[in-house]
Write a protein that binds this ligand. Structure first.
Ligand code: HEC
Length: 270
């Protein structure tokens, strides 16, 4: 119990006197419930409202409502679960993040090409096309070798061995810093024509031309649209096709790209 300072008791006494209440010794013990109120208010013009307070009856303990009892009996969350519950929103945040659609540019055939590049090509040409055992494709290099998309498709479908003999030129014979020759790197490029479907091969070639070569992304948009509307039919496979045949299959895309002023005749995506 804290002692009540004298000056407070004094103030209380004065207040009671002012209200015409008893200031007797009994009232000094900080009685705030009004139980000792004795109205000496006979002379007072209007009895102060505090003076009429009835003594509070000792409160009956309220019966516990059934819903409180039920809540009391309910099993509590075990203490070890607390951190789990605390981390739940964070986990939910990341989970929701993984369900979000990829950005618009990375959908369709270009996204597919990116996945195939990562699994089938990056090991030799580098994750970003910077080169490793295979030559660098990035910074426009791949378009210098293959200004023509059909040649590019043919190369990837046939690989080093299928394309020609060691020492023969592949790609543009007038390549700015010298033509590329088969076996020039002392390594070989496997053939993908049998392994990848026509769509997969086209998508990875478009990916290389756009991502590494710097060709316009609109080419992929055109390809996507034409595949969806059926205006462009991708062959089941490029395996065994000649350059002429490949050229014929991608002509529809090339024509549309030329119409829209994106490329010139020979290059799908310059
Ligand atoms: C096992 C290693 C390896 C893999 C995997 C590989 N390549 Fe190659 N690639 C090479 C080599 C080596 C060359 C150069 C061939 C030569 O010197 O005869 C090459 C050359 C190329 C070229 C010509 C580049 C230039 O400018 O000379 C392109 C384009 C290419 N590869 C695309 C691809 C694509 C697309 C894939 C995946 C579908 C792929 N490569 C997978 C090793 C590989």
């Amino acid at each position: 119990m804290t002692e009540i300072p004298d000056y407070l008791l004094e103030r209380s006494r004065e207040r009671r006197a002012a209200l015409g209440l008893s200031t007797g010794e009994g009232a000094e013990t900080a009685d705030t419930t009004g139980t000792t109120v004795e109205s000496s208010a006979a002379n007072a013009p209007a009895p102060a409202p505090v003076a009429t307070i009835e003594p509070a009856a000792p409160a009956e303990p309220e019966p516990t409502p059934p819903y409180v009892e039920a809540a009391d009996q309910r099993a509590r969350m075990p203490i070890w679960a607390t951190p789990l519950v605390l981390f739940l929103p964070i986990w939910a945040f990341f989970y929701v993040g993984t369900l979000e659609d990829p950005p618009v540019e990375a959908t369709g055939i270009l996204a597919q090409g990116g996945e195939i590049y990562a699994t089938s090509c990056a090991g030799c040409h580098g994750g970003t096309g910077g080169g490793a055992s295979g030559p660098a494709l990035a910074d426009g290099e791949v378009l210098l070798t293959f200004p023509n998309a059909a040649e590019h498709l043919l190369w990837v479908a046939q690989g080093t061995a299928g394309y020609g003999n060691a020492g023969e030129v592949y790609g543009d014979p007038d390549r700015p810093d010298g033509a590329r020759t088969i076996g020039g790197t002392n390594a070989t490029m496997p053939a993908f024509g049998g392994e990848l479907s026509g769509e997969e091969l086209l998508s990875v070639v478009l990916y290389e031309r756009i991502e590494h070569g710097g060709a316009l992304e609109e080419i992929a948009t055109i390809a996507n649209e034409m595949i969806e509307t059926g205006e462009f039919e991708i062959p089941e496979s490029f395996d065994g096709l000649e350059a002429e045949e490949i050229n014929a299959t991608i002509d529809a895309i090339t024509e549309r790209a030329v119409e829209e002023g994106l490329v010139d005749e020979i290059a799908l995506g310059e």
